[in-house]
Design a binder for this molecule. Sequence first.
Ligand code: AMP
Length: 384
Amino acid sequence: MRIVLLGAPGSGKGTQAKKLVQRYGIPQISTGDLLRAAVAAQTPLGIQAKQAMDAGQLVSDEIVLGMIQDRLSQPDVENGYILDGFPRNIAQAEALDELLDKLGQPLDISLLIDVDPDIIMQRLEGRRTCESCGQMYNMYTNPPLVEGICDKCGGRLHQRSDDNETTIDNRLKVYRQQTAPLVEYYQAANKLGQIQGTGDINDIFNAACKILDGATQKEQPKAETPPAEIKEKTAPKKGAAKKRAATKRKSAKKKTTVKKKAAAKEKVTTKKKVTKKKAAAKKKVAVKKKSVKKRAAAKEKVTAKKKSAKKRAAAKKKVTAKKKVTKKKAAAKKKVAAKKKSVKKRAATKKGASKGKAAKKKSAVKKRAVKKKAAKKKTARKKR
Ligand code: AMP
């Protein structure tokens, strides 16, 4: 399926293209993305394109067509592609038709995403893109949960340098003057589908799919200029012209009412969405706070437990030390008692020994006295 997405900057072409890539399994080819990559890489082409981009002007057809030709020769476009931001003027559209005719692969459809200019300004000014995954946000209608951070991958959100008021004004002017005529171009080729680009993103996507599925199912007949005779036959009568003008006015009025209603609906949806998101973010923060509190309480509990265990261990240590001291004292006391006992014993032994000696001495003296007496008695007996 070969699709061109048409619409003013900020109409949601990029957002819808990303969803269509998922649905149809074909690549998105965004000339804006290709040019931004070239600018970031500072290639000669990027350096050349930067000035026009910063000013909100179109980059030269030569550069863009060269880039598209290159991209369409790559193998991943075999089953089709979604052109986002190309063509941007009639010359580019004609060059694309020529190239596709040569390849024998004509476009299937060009889908216009129609959005009120007032809404466009708010969308572009609030637009933020994730540097890592490309997810898109809007500060007014679809803000991230945490400012500046992608909900999806945590990457940093950035604002495109050309999404400022002055450049946006220029881009919208360029769109009106150069790109909007493509609506008639593709209508004339009977290749134009159209959807309202306001309201819920998924509703817009479903409307887009309905048209794209229809376009691939039926062969698109080429718009041809009717032959002169048929033109004459079907030429409107005078009254019919008046009637047609009235119908045209009526349908224009109806269109304005529908547009107004859609814009109002988008405003309400946006408000609801923002409120919901804010509530969700608040809840998330509350849950986080609660869990932080819980964790802090648990930590405190553990610390208190550790403290009390430490205290208990210290008390135990004290008791053990006291017991040790008591034991030591008892042992010392015992030692002293034992020493005293041994001293006493030695003293007693000494005393006993000296007593025995005295007794022995006494008995020896006695023995000697008896012996002396006996000797005296013997001598006396002899004398007689
Ligand atoms: P976009 O991301 O499509 O809004 O494009 C950003 C800028 O890139 C535009 O304002 C132009 O300066 C440039 N650009 C993108 N596509 C084209 C194109 N097909 N032709 C010329 N300039 C383009």
